[in-house]
Design a protein around this ligand. Structure first.
Ligand code: UDP
Length: 314
């Protein structure tokens, strides 16, 4: 019997490539699709030549076709770091809107179940803390982050419309700050920035006064949550994230300590609309998926540091 097929858009990206690994491990035939705008073939090089893996170099914002039966679609294509979507605002909006529409159309055609990668950014600069799925958010649609936040909000609305109007099987995961090997060194996010600065002995550039908070999830925990959500029968959005909250200042100190660096912290202006605090309420994920994170930040940072050491120090 031939294996069930799963399409993973953004398959050469940080999260997409980890999902490819997981679905290969689970015995699926994986089609990874990526236009390599922010993805990197190096992330999936180890899967090339695997009989159950294929790569399609394609922009999902354009018409999408996959031959044969399709069991699942996971739509993970998108620039995902603030500097990436500031540099590529139109592509970000296209992949969240047209890309999602193309995937939903394909899912409907194939009778596939579709899971979309949504984000804690749908909560914007939240006025409710921690963030629960029933919070509608505080997003500036015309601010610099609006292209990402609104594309993801539109993506959720479109996915729900296909679910209610066409009866399509859909799943929505709201992903909080996630880290691990295969993050891009230059994606501008705080973790790659701080680790590479610490390893090079440069100042760690905290934005604002560094009092803003984030809650960092190790990638393996996220992948487990996504896998459980996909297999569940729950169609409403679910937060997947580690509620261990930390200020950016504390995080900088932690990275300096873990790398044994002599770097100091310096302060740069806070980007516009930068959320002041972020922490997932994961009551729902615990209830419907029996999921909670297994890795502490320190445990996840170990393999992540190893990965970045090779990248930075060679
Ligand atoms: N940040 C920082 N220094 C950097 C990069 C980011 O202090 O070099 C801050 C940023 O302002 C934000 C937090 O770290 O408050 C997380 O930023 P990131 O870009 O990683 O993700 P976000 O959660 O904002 O999407």
């Amino acid at each position: 019997m031939s294996k069930q097929k799963v399409l993973i858009t953004g398959g050469a990206g940080f999260l997409g490539s980890h999902l490819c690994d997981r679905f290969i491990k689970e015995g699926f035939h994986v089609v990874a699709m990526d236009n390599l705008l922010t993805g990197d073939i190096a992330n999936i090089e180890h899967l090339m030549g695997h009989p159950d893996f294929e790569f399609q170099h394609h922009d999902v914002s354009k018409y999408v076709h996959v031959s044969g039966d399709l069991k699942y679609i996971l739509h993970f294509a998108s620039p995902a770091s603030p500097i990436d979507y500031l540099k590529m605002p139109i592509q970000t909006m296209k992949v969240g809107s047209l890309g999602t529409l193309n995937c939903l159309g394909l899912a409907k055609d194939k009778g596939a179940r579709m899971l979309i990668a949504s984000t804690s950014e749908v909560y914007g600069d939240p006025l409710v803390h921690p963030q629960k799925e029933d919070y509608w958010g505080n997003v500036n649609p015309v601010g610099p982050r609006g292209v990402y936040d609104e594309a993801k909000r539109f993506q959720e609305a479109l996915t729900m419309a296909y679910h209610t109007f066409h009866g399509l099987e859909t799943r929505i995961v709201r992903i909080f700050n996630t880290f691990g090997p295969r993050m891009r060194l230059d994606d501008g996010r705080v973790l790659p920035a701080f680790i590479s600065q610490a390893l090079r002995g440069e100042d760690l550039t905290a934005f604002g006064d560094g009092s803003q908070t984030r809650s960092f999830t190790y990638v393996d925990d996220l992948v487990e949550g996504i896998y459980r959500l996909l297999l569940s029968d729950y169609a409403q959005p679910v937060n997947i994230g580690n509620p261990q909250e930390i200020t950016i200042n504390e995080f900088a100190e932690e990275i300096i300590r873990l790398t044994g660096s002599s770097s100091k912290i310096s302060y740069n202006p806070l980007p516009k609309d930068d959320p002041k605090q972020r922490k997932p309420d994961i009551t729902l994920a615990k209830e419907v998926l029996n999921w909670e994170p297994k890795y502490t930040r320190a445990e996840g940072l170990e393999p992540t540091l190893e990965y970045f050491k090779k990248k930075v120090l060679g």
